[in-house]
Design a protein around this ligand. Structure first.
Ligand code: SF4
Length: 422
C-alpha cells in the first residue's frame, strides 16, 4: 500500500466512520479533512476536528506507520508543530511534540471498505499498458471529459513554467522568446538542443536586419549551425560561406560544432539541413510574429507563417553538394500542426497569463480544439482503450495523463482512478 492511498481515503472520507476514536480512545469527529497539500509541509492544511468534544483547527499529517514521523524527521521541522492529528494505517510507535505532549493519532486499518481495498490492490499490481486498464471503460464519460479538460490546463501550465525560463533568458523580450521557442520546435525531438543553441547564439535583432536578404539570412542560419566550414564546389554554399564569413566578423558570431546535428534514423526530408533551410525561409516571413499571431482570427492565418518552402538549392539537395531527386521539401501539414500545438498554443497561453489577458488564452484553447488529433504510438494505445480524440486539445490531454499520471502510477490523484475506486 502507498501513502497516497491513505491521502485519497482521508480526502474523500471513504472509510468507516462508525465510532471514530484516536489510538488512546478519545472520541474523534471530523468536520473538515483539510485542503490537500501536494507541496512541502503537512499533507492537509486547515482541517477541523473535535477530539473528546474539544474543537481543533490545524494540519493533518498522514503516514503508513506512525514511526515514519520520526524517520522523516518531522520532530525537528516547525512546519509540523501545528499538526492536530496524525493519521496512519497503523500505529507502531506513539509520537510526541517537541514539548513532550502526545500527537493524537488515528488508525485507518480495519476501516477501509473491502471493495475499495481490492480495487486499489488491482490498480497497484496491474502490469497492463495503464494500471486501470481493467476498469477504464467503467469510469463515467463525464468524469473522463472533465478530467481531460483539467489536464490540458495542467499541461499548458507546465509549459508555461518552461517558457518563463526562456523569457528570462531573453531579458523579457517577448518576440525573442517566441523566436527561440519556435526554433526549438524546428528540431523536433532529435535536434531540439542544437536548434536551441543556434537560436541562443543568433539573436532575433541580428536576423531582423537581414530579413529582406534571403542569401544573408540563410548564410547566418547555416553558418551559425556550423555547416559552412567545409570545402565547397557548388555556387550556393560558396556564396553562403562568403556571406557568413563577413557577417560572423561583423557580429562576432561563433558557430556551433556541426557534430551536434543528428541525422541518424531521420528520413532525408527530416534532415537538419532541410529543417534549417525551412527555418531560414520561415524567418523571412516572420516579422513581428507575436503581434501577427495575436491578431490572427483563424488557424489558417496562424498556419501560413509556418508553411514554407526552402530556397531553390534545397529543392534538389538534402545535403550540401549531394544532388538528390526533386521532392517537395515544403513544411508538411503535420509539421505545421506540431509547431502550432507545441510552440504557438503554449506561448499564447503563457502570454495571456503573464499579461492578465483572457483573449490569448482563449486563442490557445481554440487553436488546440481546431487542430487535428495527433497520431503516435501512445495515442494508438488510448484508442485501443476506446478513446477517440477529436482534436489536438484531447490528444494533448491524453499525453499528459499517460506521462504525468499513468506512468508514475498516480491513480489516487487521478479523477478516473478515484471514480474506479468508488
Ligand atoms: S492515472 Fe488514472 S487513467 Fe492512468 S492508470 Fe491510473 S487511474 Fe487510470
Amino acid at each position: 500500500m502507498q501513502e497516497n492511498f491513505l491521502h485519497y481515503l482521508w480526502r474523500t472520507r471513504r472509510f468507516d466512520h462508525r465510532d471514530l476514536h484516536t489510538t488512546t480512545g478519545q472520541s474523534l469527529q471530523i468536520h473538515y479533512p483539510g485542503e490537500y497539500n501536494t507541496n512541502a509541509g503537512p499533507d492537509f492544511f486547515n482541517a477541523r476536528l473535535s477530539i473528546d468534544g474539544v474543537l481543533w483547527a490545524g494540519n493533518v499529517e498522514i503516514h503508513l506507520q506512525s514511526s515514519e514521523w520520526l524517520a522523516h524527521k518531522h520532530q525537528f521541522d516547525p512546519a509540523y508543530d501545528s499538526v492536530i492529528l496524525h493519521v496512519v494505517h497503523s500505529e507502531d510507535q506513539p509520537v510526541l511534540r517537541p514539548d513532550g505532549s502526545l500527537i493524537p493519532c488515528f488508525e485507518m486499518s480495519g476501516r477501509i471498505p473491502d471493495g475499495i481495498l481490492s480495487r486499489y490492490r488491482q490498480l497497484e499490481s496491474a502490469n497492463s499498458w495503464i494500471p486501470c486498464e481493467f476498469a477504464f471503460q467503467d469510469a463515467p464519460e463525464i468524469v473522463k471529459a472533465q478530467w481531460l479538460d483539467r489536464l490540458m490546463i495542467e499541461r499548458l501550465e507546465e509549459k508555461t513554467a518552461m517558457l518563463s525560463g526562456v523569457l528570462q533568458r531573453c531579458e523579457q523580450h517577448w518576440e525573442e522568446a517566441l523566436y527561440q521557442t519556435i526554433a526549438a520546435c524546428f528540431g523536433l525531438k532529435i535536434n531540439v538542443q542544437p536548434f536551441e543553441s543556434l537560436a541562443a547564439g543568433l539573436p532575433l535583432r541580428i536576423l531582423q536586419r537581414h530579413r529582406n536578404h534571403p542569401l544573408q539570412l540563410e548564410a547566418l542560419v547555416f553558418g551559425q549551425a556550423g555547416f559552412l566550414s567545409a570545402q565547397f564546389r557548388d555556387a550556393w554554399p560558396l556564396s553562403l560561406q562568403r556571406e557568413y564569413h563577413h557577417l560572423a566578423n561583423k557580429y562576432s558570431l561563433m558557430p556551433l560544432d556541426v557534430q551536434q546535428w543528428k541525422f541518424f534514423r531521420l528520413r532525408p526530408t527530416g534532415f537538419p539541413t532541410i529543417r534549417l533551410a525551412q527555418f531560414s525561409s520561415f524567418l523571412q516571413q516572420a516579422e513581428h510574429l507575436l503581434s501577427q499571431l495575436l491578431a490572427a482570427q483563424t488557424v489558417e492565418e496562424m498556419a501560413q507563417y509556418f508553411k514554407v518552402t526552402p530556397s531553390e538549392y534545397w529543392l534538389d539537395h538534402y545535403l550540401f553538394e549531394r544532388p538528390a531527386s526533386k521532392l517537395l521539401k515544403s513544411t508538411s501539414q503535420s509539421f505545421v500542426d506540431l509547431i502550432l500545438i507545441n510552440a504557438v498554443a503554449p506561448f499564447l497561453f503563457y502570454y495571456g497569463r503573464a499579461k492578465g489577458l483572457e483573449k490569448p488564452q482563449h486563442q490557445a484553447f481554440r487553436l488546440l480544439e481546431q487542430l487535428a488529433p495527433e497520431k503516435n504510438t501512445m495515442l494508438q494505445g488510448w484508442k485501443n482503450l476506446g478513446c477517440n480524440p477529436q482534436n489536438a486539445f484531447q490528444t494533448q490531454s491524453l499525453i499528459q495523463l499517460k506521462n504525468r499520471y499513468c506512468k508514475e502510477r498516480r491513480c489516487m490523484e487521478c479523477a478516473i482512478g478515484n471514480a474506479i475506486l468508488k
